[in-house]
Design a protein around this ligand. Structure first.
Ligand code: PMP
Length: 404
């Protein structure tokens, strides 16, 4: 069954003052929020507000229940067990937690971390710091010319000194998908841990961590119709036992003296201080909302928009689209391009004047932009509430740009 065509009406941003304020094509950066998420935040602050794991009074206990229920909702959404879910601020904090709570004390001089050449800075810079601190090395899975990963040398890249493979499930620049199962095979051959950055996948396809059999997975709530300030780090139970507390303080402690402390086991060990309670509850509301639809329908809808955009944009001789076009037409939601004769920021500004929001720049993947030889580019990205009319409006605005 297709997604309802008026799904955008669930999102008050698009119906404010009775009309759509902008055509929003920057969903890979962040998504708008359905009313149910806003209601969950308002309800919590209005009727149930309290802090968690402390108050023995009713509202404190209720807040704790809501917060822990949110953890269970997240776990069910990604096929994890509840005690494998650590709430973080965002995907970036999730990766930094793995870097500082696991890698910093596990890696030995000479060990290697394998990344891909299409990582977002969030999954590159923490590893640079860890490699410097531990005298370890970073290696990269190279790219094919179309911006997909070239796995032909994977088995040479993964050796007994490879201790971690950390890859994005889907590039935020080329929209290419990673063959996670193939990479996991290589990781298993040498006993390396595997981290998946699911920031760009979580709102667009089914994710099941137990099927993937990986150690870590991260995503941000704000890219999956949830609030900002909340993210998720999935951590396989056995691997969580290998992690040391990274940020410490209230909420993480089993017993503290003036000179030492012992720490809780499980996710609370890694959630120092008062957490983003309302945002976690809002994230759970977002995931429950998304579960009303089938991921298959979401994929079909977003791929149709992407295919329409590719078919139209590739007609313009001045526009070069970047990425694996056939793959994107089948299952994409991101499309990146450059327009000959126009700087990407000028393209974005021109579109903005016509009420169309797109992203321009290096998309927080500067080494990739240089590797692709394009520097900056324009990126459009779709969500469930986008319509074919949004693509038509973009195409007609680009036509005017090229005539200008
Ligand atoms: N990884 C990828 C692939 C991303 O696209 C992003 C956000 N653009 C991030 C990580 C970081 O997400 P956040 O800024 O929410 O931590």
């Amino acid at each position: 069954m297709a997604l309802p065509s008026d799904i955008y009406k669930d999102f008050p941003f698009f119906t404010q003052h009775g009309k759509q304020p902008i055509i929003y094509l920057d969903n890979a950066a962040t998504t708008h929020k359905p009313q149910v998420v806003i209601d969950a935040l308002v309800d919590f602050y209005t009727t149930s507000y309290g802090t968690v794991h402390r108050g023995v009074y009713t509202s404190g206990e209720h807040a704790t229940t809501l917060y822990e229920d949110a953890r269970a909702t997240v776990a069910a959404f990604i096929g994890a067990d509840t005690d494998e879910i650590i709430f973080t601020k965002n995907a970036t904090e999730g990766i930094n937690t793995v870097a500082y709570a696991w890698a910093l004390h596990t890696l030995q001089p000479g060990d290697e971390i394998l990344l891909s050449q299409y990582e977002h800075h969030a999954n590159l810079l923490p590893w640079q710091r860890i490699a410097q601190a531990r005298d370890a090395f970073i290696r990269f899975i190279p790219l094919n010319a179309d911006g997909t990963l070239n796995l032909s040398t994977l088995d040479e890249l993964v050796t007994p000194v490879t201790k971690l493979i950390a890859v994005s499930a889907l590039s935020n620049v080329t929209g290419a998908r990673t063959d996670l199962a193939r990479i996991k095979q290589s990781a298993d051959r040498v006993g390396a841990k595997m981290l998946v950055d699911a920031a760009q996948l979580i709102a667009h396809d089914t994710v099941n961590v137990h099927e993937l059999a990986i150690d870590f997975l991260v995503f941000s709530g704000h890219k999956v119709y949830g609030p900002t300030g909340i993210g998720v780090l999935y951590c396989k139970r056995a691997t969580m036992h290998e992690m040391q507390p990274f940020q410490v303080g209230g909420g993480t402690v089993f017993q503290a003296t003036y000179t030492d402390a012992t720490y809780l086991e499980g996710p609370h060990r890694f959630e120092a201080g008062t957490p983003a309670i309302a945002a976690a509850i809002g994230l759970a509301a977002a995931l429950r909302y998304l579960q009303k639809f089938s991921m298959r329908d979401i994929k079909v809808h977003e791929a149709r928009l992407t295919r329409t955009a590719i078919d139209a944009l590739t007609q313009f001789p001045a526009i070069t689209c970047i990425g694996p076009m056939d793959e994107l037409k089948e299952q994409g939601h991101i499309l990146t391009f450059v327009v000959r004769g126009f700087h990407p920021h000028d393209v974005a500004a021109f579109l903005s004047e016509r009420g169309i929001a797109v992203r321009a720049g290096h998309h927080c993947a500067q080494p990739l932009a240089e590797m692709l030889g394009i520097g900056a580019s324009v990126r459009i990205s779709f969500a469930i509430y986008n319509k074919l009319e949004d693509v038509h409006a973009l195409v007609s605005a680009l036509k005017s740009l090229l005539k200008s």
